[in-house]
Design a binder for this molecule. Structure first.
Ligand code: PLP
Ligand code: COI
Length: 339
């Protein structure tokens, strides 16, 4: 695809084949040096554990074009570390942080013409590790692939920074001691049907409750939850089955250090939503998506407004996106320059 045919003002979150992707193979106990390839099709054994037993994990991160033309990666060390934890959980070999970040830089440079202009979105990077090689028993794979591809993206939730409605799901995406905290495909497989049903009913996505008691908010199927109280508190769920998001972690730090909010990682009771004056979904793809309302047991609970973005959500958004695109100085180490 030529980038001349991309309408930068209309970018959503859709697959576009870009020029090059990174591919490294783990064989005989080590990762090879990795190469860039134009081929976007993987040739793997029909017995690959990734195909049968969900032995795979992935990451989501973005490269941003700055005003001065340079390119920023946002906290790639955090993505490398989370992918290592996901690999540990599914008995896959860790990709060393240095190899991970170097591969990200290679993919961004090789697809530079697909980075949206300053302020028009970002180049989304999708690193993943899959179990490959001939196998049939339920066990870890004999070989693995680590790959990263890149896609120019705009808003994940249509409309971006406008309030969206979410539906509390009756389904669970993760088990109490399961894989919810790892970024593995199985969690997303479990979310396909609930997400489809929520969207069919007119909601942006669904929100999951804790799988043990179904009384506390956990997260959106593709982003974390936060709420702002009238007492200037930033509250986000604490749970072993929630994905520890890097956007969430960053907002917790910014809420405290730059907005002077008190940060609370704790229970978010579904029956006490009235404590929040604002709420939002946050993640790499979702950025910050304001939550206008949450439907639970047939009733819509509206936060700040169904149409207007709340003032604290707006400030958090400006601070976060300002840092990512290089307009605002971020805390030390958050930005890694590609070029
Ligand atoms: N929760 C889920 C289920 C996600 O898929 C994501 C997206 O990656 C997040 C939370 C947010 O994580 P991050 O901010 O690291 O993108
Ligand atoms: C991300 O925000 O990077 C995600 O992985 C969310 C979704 C696209 C699965």
């Amino acid at each position: 695809m030529s980038n001349e045919s991309i309408n930068w003002d209309k970018l959503g979150f859709d697959y576009i084949k870009t020029d090059k992707r990174y591919l490294s193979v783990f064989r005989n106990g080590e990762w090879d040096n990795g190469t860039l390839t134009e081929d976007n099709v993987l040739h793997i054994s029909e017995g690959s554990t990734a195909l049968h037993y969900g032995q795979q994990c992935f990451e989501g991160m973005k490269a941003y074009r700055c005003k001065d033309g340079s390119i920023n990666l946002f906290r790639p060390d955090q993505n490398a570390a989370r992918m290592q934890r996901s690999c540990d959980r599914l008995l896959m070999p860790r990709v060393p942080t240095e190899q991970f970040i170097d591969a990200c830089k290679q993919v961004v440079k090789a697809n530079e013409r697909f980075i949206p202009p300053y302020g028009k979105g970002a180049l989304y990077l999708r690193p993943f590790v899959i179990g490959t090689g001939d196998n049939i028993g339920v066990r870890t794979a004999p070989e693995f692939i680590f790959s990263i591809f890149a896609i120019p993206v705009g808003s994940y939730f249509k409309g971006g920074m406008t309030p969206h409605k979410f539906l509390i799901s009756d389904y669970d995406r993760a088990a109490p001691q399961g894989t919810g905290a790892a970024k593995v495909g199985g969690n997303y497989a479990a979310s396909l049907q609930p997400g489809y049903e929520a969207k069919k009913a007119g909601f942006a996505d669904c929100i999951y409750l804790d799988p043990l008691t179904h009384s506390k908010i956990e997260e959106v199927g593709s982003a974390n939850f936060f709420g702002i109280t009238a007492n200037n508190e930033f509250v986000t769920p604490k749970s072993a089955s929630v994905l520890p998001g890097i956007t969430r972690l960053s907002l917790m730090e910014l809420a405290e250090s730059r907005l002077g909010l008190k940060v609370i990682e704790g229970d978010v009771e579904i029956n006490n939503l009235a404590r929040f004056v604002e709420a939002g979904a946050c993640g790499t793809a979702a950025v910050i998506t304001p939550i206008g309302g949450i439907q639970y047991n047939g009733k819509l609970h509206v936060f700040h407004s169904e149409t207007e973005v709340g003032p604290v959500t707006r400030k958090l958004y400006d601070e976060l996106t300002g840092i990512q695109s290089g307009d605002v100085e971020g805390p030390a180490g958050w930005i890694v320059k590609v070029a």
